[in-house]
Design a protein. Structure first.
Length: 319
């Protein structure tokens, strides 16, 4: 016996077709956007976790961006400190060579070259301002231009520094802050004092800073006088101490660099894990979404065919 469709059956099939259309539209949206839902209301059970995870991800990515700048700054510190250390080492080598050969040839030139090198490094800049100025980073931390200015400065030359005492401190992750600032006077005062003493002696002036040498100065004439020899021998210990202190600053900066490397590694891992968590909530599986789309296209096509067949059925066909 063949069944003839009823109005109620047709309405039911139309509702099924409309439902298939909605499901197909949702599947198409998921494939095109890659998201499970268009609105938070559609995933209301996971909204709290999703919002919290996105907030955490934003903070972690901001730390990552900021830390990249910090690492660049630390690398610039290391380069500058290495340059100052190298210049100080050149002066120490020149002093020892002068003592051993009893010839002052090249000593004054080495001192002046070291002064220019140290001055350039202490007044080096990045996009944020002067590296060694503390928070006073809009003016050169060392306020002089020539070695004559250094000789005219106070002894020791504390008056040539314009940095303040506030070192840069940055938050590197959710729980830690790191002091990364280096100040011009704390690394430059010993160097500039040693260069000032050598420059003054070379100009016939006996320095007044400790240890006060026994004069008179022979201005590193050739051959060296006994007073010149004694003065240079006395400078060796001061220069070695200065180099040790600069090496200590480089070591501290290196520890900060290692801390930043480890922090960045941990941040990258946290960022990856958080992205996975967010994706598990709001993103669809691409293969599954495409399979669902294919199934729903087929279901809608079947609904169209069934509805079309039902609409063509009438009692007239059986009379």
């Amino acid at each position: 016996m063949t069944r003839v469709s009823t109005y109620q059956q047709s309405q039911t099939l139309i509702k099924e077709m409309l439902g298939s259309q909605y499901k197909l539209s949702d599947a198409q949206r998921q494939v095109s956007t890659g998201h499970v839902a268009a609105y938070y209301k559609d995933i209301h059970m996971d909204v709290t976790n999703l919002a919290g995870s996105k907030s955490l991800l934003s903070r972690l990515e901001q730390y990552e961006a900021n830390n990249g700048k910090v690492m660049s700054r630390l690398a610039q510190y290391d380069q500058a400190l290495a340059g100052v250390e190298s210049a100080g080492g050149d002066v120490l080598s020149a002093v020892m060579s002068t003592i051993n050969t009893a010839s002052p040839q090249g000593l004054s030139g080495t001192v002046e070259g070291a002064f220019e090198t140290v001055l350039n490094f202490l007044n080096s800049q990045n996009t944020e301002g002067y590296l060694f100025g503390g928070t006073n980073n809009d003016v050169p931390p060392v306020n002089l231009s020539t070695i004559n200015d250094l000789m005219a400065a106070a002894e020791p030359p504390t008056d040539i520094f314009q940095n303040n005492d506030l070192k840069a401190t940055v938050r590197i992750d959710e729980n830690r802050t790191l002091e990364v600032g280096v100040l011009a006077d704390e690394i430059g005062l010993e160097v500039m004092t040693s260069l000032q003493r050598l420059a003054l002696w070379a100009n016939g002036v006996v320095p007044t800073t400790t240890p006060v040498p026994t004069g008179p100065s022979n201005s590193f004439g050739s051959p060296l006088s006994q007073e010149d020899q004694d003065f240079l021998v006395g400078e060796i210990a001061t220069l070695e101490s200065m180099l040790d202190n600069i090496a200590g600053f480089r070591g501290n900066n290196g520890l900060n660099q290692k801390t930043m490397d480890e922090t960045m590694e941990a941040l990258n891992l946290q960022i990856d894990q958080t992205k996975v968590f967010v994706s598990d909530i709001e993103d669809v599986d691409a293969a599954e979404a495409i399979a669902n789309l294919t199934q729903r296209e087929l279901a809608l096509e079947v609904s169209y065919n069934v509805l079309s067949t039902i609409n063509r059925m009438s009692l007239l066909n059986f009379l």
